[in-house]
Design a protein around this ligand. Structure first.
Ligand SMILES: [Zn+2]
Length: 160
């Protein structure tokens, strides 16, 4: 199967905590990638797919991670994957967050489409181009957004 674009959620999709006691990945050294992550993504990359991470990061609004922490996780993950990832988009918001500047209802938190819409616009990708693309995520918000854009959706266990 060839997908033009593959979008992935980060936590509990592409990465999970190495320490099973942690609810979320606690830092770069706690990143666990499934054994097949590299193999599967490399296959699709070689087949012509662009691979992007679009992630809801409410932990930033909750004060449990900073934006820099998330970039560190993304860069480390990409390093571990041999730079197979083509780009990242982050929503740091949550309506009940404690970090004032991120505590709001936003247009980018999936299933809202603001993050995806701006991300593709920045790259000259049209909504029409996304037909024949895939979203891989662990939550119903990813599934909802995928459906709205006519993309196929898969749970991580069905992809990796
Ligand atoms: Zn947002």
């Amino acid at each position: 199967m060839k997908w033009d674009y593959i979008f992935l959620e980060l936590d509990n999709t592409l990465i999970s905590p190495r320490n099973p006691k942690n609810e979320n990945v606690e830092g770069v050294s706690d990143i666990y990638l499934t054994d097949r992550s590299y193999e599967v993504l490399k296959y699709h990359k070689d087949n012509g797919s662009k691979i992007y991470v679009l992630t809801n990061q409410p932990l930033i609004a909750m004060g449990k991670r900073t934006l820099d922490d998330v970039y560190a996780l993304l860069y480390a993950t990409n390093y571990l994957l041999g730079n197979l990832l083509d780009g990242f988009g982050i929503c740091p918001h949550h309506p009940s967050g404690v970090v004032t500047k991120y505590a709001k209802v936003c247009a980018c938190k999936k299933p809202a489409d603001g993050l995806l819409r701006e991300f593709i616009a920045d790259r000259g990708i049209t909504r029409e181009d996304l037909k024949g693309s895939l979203f891989v995520g662990h939550s119903s918000s990813d599934a909802t957004l995928a459906r709205q854009y006519g993309m196929e959706f898969k749970a991580p266990s069905d992809f990796f």
